[in-house]
Write a protein that binds this ligand. Structure first.
Ligand SMILES: [Zn+2]
Length: 254
């Protein structure tokens, strides 16, 4: 497998039109975009857009780099969250569709985040759904990610404020967290008010689309959702924002 190519998954939410701005990308630069409600990657199906895009790239002898980005105030995750206290008999098709792919995330939050306020639980579910999408991607047999090659996957969480009159180009309104597999938690840079979190450009050379050597952020195995929920809950209870530990990125923090 040679050249890498990014497949980016973000939500269909209009605030996520700022995806490229958020990531400091000057243009589309050959990135493959596959957007969906909630940025959800469903469980395996032969026509699935993300996996089939990945498969196409593999057949083109390219190495897909998957970037999955959830976001704050996500309507799709809210629908999923509201199934928590609803009689299953009353689920509508959208709720069933979301549950089919992300019930593990709901169960984990339901079980381990109940000490938090509902709005805090919702934020955690938004993050855990991204991780479940990563796990779902690992379960696609066609891609056979764990055995065919070392997959490169990153999970992001966009903290873009839910304010309609703020443009995505207003960088002060943007912020990105990344899942740090070492800490098993979504983390930010030490000064998010200055650098707005880390971006694709911090991980991947946007000219060549080859990954920089930021191995610590690559997700190479399915994630333990319960462990991740517990970590998110602990940081929330302590009112602390997790920060990334990688010195070189703390220093340049662009
Ligand atoms: Zn959304």
């Amino acid at each position: 497998m040679q050249e890498s190519t990014c497949v980016c998954r973000s939500c269909v939410d209009p605030r996520e039109h700022g995806f490229f701005t958020q990531h400091g990308l000057p243009n589309y630069n050959g990135l493959f975009m596959a957007r969906s409600k909630g940025a959800f990657v469903s469980k395996p199906s032969p026509t699935h857009d993300v996996s089939s895009t990945g498969l196409m790239l593999i057949q083109m002898n390219k190495k897909p780099v998957f970037i999955l980005q959830g976001h704050r105030d996500c309507a799709a995750v809210k629908i999923l969250f509201n199934t928590q206290n609803k009689d299953p008999v009353k689920f509508n098709n959208t709720e069933r569709e979301f549950l089919r792919s992300h019930s593990d995330a709901v169960e984990a939050v339901k079980e381990y985040a109940t000490v938090l306020k509902p709005e805090e639980q919702l934020v955690i579910l938004e993050k855990i759904c991204v991780l479940q999408s990563i796990n779902n991607l690992f379960s696609f047999e066609d891609l056979n990610l764990e055995h065919n090659y070392n997959p490169i996957m990153y999970a992001y969480y966009s903290m873009t404020l839910p304010i309609a009159d703020k443009q995505p180009s207003d960088a002060t309104q943007l912020g990105l967290m990344i899942f740090d597999p070492e800490q098993q938690v979504f983390a930010n840079t030490p000064a998010p008010e200055i650098n707005n979190g880390i971006r694709i450009a911090d991980l991947i050379n946007i000219q060549t689309l080859l990954p920089h050597d930021h191995g610590p952020f690559k997700i190479t195995h399915p994630i333990d959702l319960i462990k991740a929920v517990r970590n998110e809950v602990n940081f929330t209870l302590a009112n602390v924002t997790p920060h990334i530990n990688k010195p070189s990125m703390q220093a340049n923090g662009k």
